[in-house]
Design a protein around this ligand. Structure first.
Ligand SMILES: Nc1ncnc2c1ncn2[C@@H]1O[C@H](COP(=O)(O)OP(=O)(O)OP(=O)(O)O)[C@@H](O)[C@H]1O
Length: 236
């Protein structure tokens, strides 16, 4: 991977806290534009805490982090929505409005992020739904869709504002293995089109089948497969 002047994520000497407990100590890493990076580590090792720090849901008290040009350690709450437009966030629970159609779910986010022009909204909506293979689902409600399809809607929602990076926290954690593979392949495809991906996962098959740079939270440290060798598996 080329070393660029403008990485999508740059973290220096950051200590990640949950309340008064340091979860990860003095960690540093960068993610370049268009990179695909796995994040692993056993339950409670700090993966979600790290991701939350990157999207400014958890205060960064020590060290610095720059995400898509925003200084996370100095970011003001009024600027957090602008940061979140540059990153797409995807969780394992789908977090769609259950009583609204797919279109309404997506338009809600578009309006909240400044989209006004009706024809542009319509075009973008069709684009992102096509991109995730759900061209025919626009008028369905979440309960009429399978878990995999709901996660595709969430990914479509995350893509609306052309984020520089997708941050995914166990995006296939609630899905059957076969469906998980489809969702994972969708992430690969989105990545091939230039969007960086940082994906926390417990699914070793993904990493074995698609070996790529892997960060591992272990004993308060962040190991980086680009810098050192480590056991992928272990007690988790
Ligand atoms: N809201 C919170 N308040 C206090 N402590 C928390 C909070 N969230 C997480 N922790 C603690 O911080 C540590 C790291 O948790 P974190 O959720 O980041 O781990 P994880 O690697 O994402 O785990 P999992 O694989 O289960 O999602 C754990 O000890 C956890 O108990």
């Amino acid at each position: 991977m080329e070393f660029s002047a403008n990485p999508v994520v740059e973290v220096n000497d950051a200590t990640i806290y949950q309340e008064n407990q340091a979860v990860l100590n003095s960690i540093s890493f960068r993610i370049e534009k268009g990179e695909f990076v796995f994040l692993v580590g056993r339950t409670g090792s700090g993966k979600s805490s790290l991701l939350k720090t990157l999207y400014a849901d958890l205060d960064l008290r020590e060290g610095t982090a720059n995400v898509t040009g925003f200084n996370i350690n100095k970011i003001k709450s009024k600027d957090v929505p602008y940061l979140r437009r540059k990153i797409g966030i995807i969780f394992q629970d789908f977090q769609l409005f259950p009583d609204r159609t797919v279109t309404e779910n997506l338009v809600f986010v578009m309006k909240a992020t400044g989209w006004k022009d009706k024809s542009k909204i319509k075009t973008r909506l069709a684009e992102v739904l096509m991109r995730v293979g759900l061209g025919a689902a626009a008028d369905k409600q979440p309960h009429q869709l399978s878990g995999g399809e709901q996660q595709r809607v969430v990914i479509a929602r995350a893509l609306i504002n052309e984020p520089a990076i997708l941050i995914a926290d166990e995006p296939t954690g609630n899905l059957d293995p076969e469906v998980s593979d489809g969702i994972f392949n969708l992430f690969l495809e989105i990545n091939r089109n230039g969007t960086a991906v940082l994906m926390a996962t417990h699914n070793h098959n993904f990493i074995n089948d698609y070996p790529h740079r892997t960060l591992k939270c272990e004993d308060g440290k962040l190991l980086d497969s680009e810098k050192e060798e480590f056991e992928l598996s272990g007690h988790y």
